[in-house]
Design a protein around this ligand. Structure first.
Ligand code: IPE
Ligand code: IPE
Ligand code: MG
Length: 245
């Protein structure tokens, strides 16, 4: 009995859905006298480390903010480099993703991505679709407001077509219309680089997320830093508006 209880409580303290705002690539590179793109390249290594570590810990859903809807406003050379790195990541990580039984998914305005990136991405999403381990979701050309607006449009269209009465628009219906609905609520949201903002990430599903901010830049964030975030989460008292235990 005691063992079951102890195991249950350990499990409860593991976040089921982790979101990460991978920030600070540019500043890391510039502080070393490199071009910002070198920071993005180095940041891809951290992605590999963090994905492997989360898989090992037993995280069910990991959503990584890789490129926001607003990041298109960056200099075209940087955008181009980011897109190339993304396609390269998908190519290089393919074997590992399959070997680790990881299901790859993506959320965002995927049709905005260059053809080469979209094809590489969709190929691995399709290939890994029956994997039953962790779901790795990449947020690409993603914006939380854009996502909510898109869901509103879908719901309105159904309503106008007479398929869904306004009174029947429940949280579940709304979540089903969101790109990220299948991921469920975020338990732990991590942001690196010392910035204390959400920058338009997973606005709906962060309603009761626990936040963890690290001063480390994404390229230097490692497994020890990740463990600190998980330890902090394990000690939080999530009340959801009720009276705590
Ligand atoms: C995060 O690092 C990567 C993306 C947003 C694509 P940044 O490129 O934002 O790095 P900083 O914040 O300028 O240092
Ligand atoms: C958020 O970082 C987007 C990603 C990590 C992909 P930004 O660097 O774009 O956010 P701001 O501009 O600091 O808010
Ligand atoms: Mg940034």
């Amino acid at each position: 009995m005691l063992l079951t209880g102890a195991m249950e409580s350990i499990e409860n303290r593991l976040p089921g859905h982790v979101g990460i705002i991978m920030d600070g690539n540019g500043r890391w590179a510039q502080s070393k006298g490199f071009h910002r793109v070198a920071g993005h390249r180095r940041g891809a290594k951290t992605v590999d480390t963090v994905v492997t570590a989360c898989r090992k810990k037993g995280v069910r859903f990991l959503t990584l903010y890789a490129f926001s809807s607003q990041n298109w406003t960056r200099p075209s050379l940087e955008v181009k480099a980011l897109m190339e790195l993304l396609a390269e990541y998908v190519r290089l990580e393919r074997d590992k993703i399959m070997a680790n039984n990881i299901r790859l998914m993506a959320i965002g305005e995927i049709d905005q991505l260059p053809d080469s990136v979209r094809q590489a991405l969709m190929g691995l999403i399709n290939e890994s679709k029956n994997n039953t381990g962790m779901t790795l979701c990449l947020a690409l050309s993603y914006g939380g407001q854009e996502e909510i607006l898109d869901a509103v449009k879908k719901i309105c269209a159904r309503s106008v077509a007479g398929e869904l009465a306004p009174d029947d628009i429940s949280k579940t219906e709304f979540e089903n219309a969101l790109w990220s609905g299948f991921l469920g609520p975020v338990d732990l949201m991590i942001r690196t680089s010392g910035e204390l903002r959400l920058s338009n990430f997973l606005l709906w599903s962060c309603a009761y997320a626990e936040f963890y901010f690290s001063d480390r830049m994404w390229p230097e964030f490692d497994e020890t830093d990740l463990n600190k975030a998980f330890d902090a989460y394990a000690n939080r008292n999530r009340r959801y508006g009720a009276v705590g235990k």
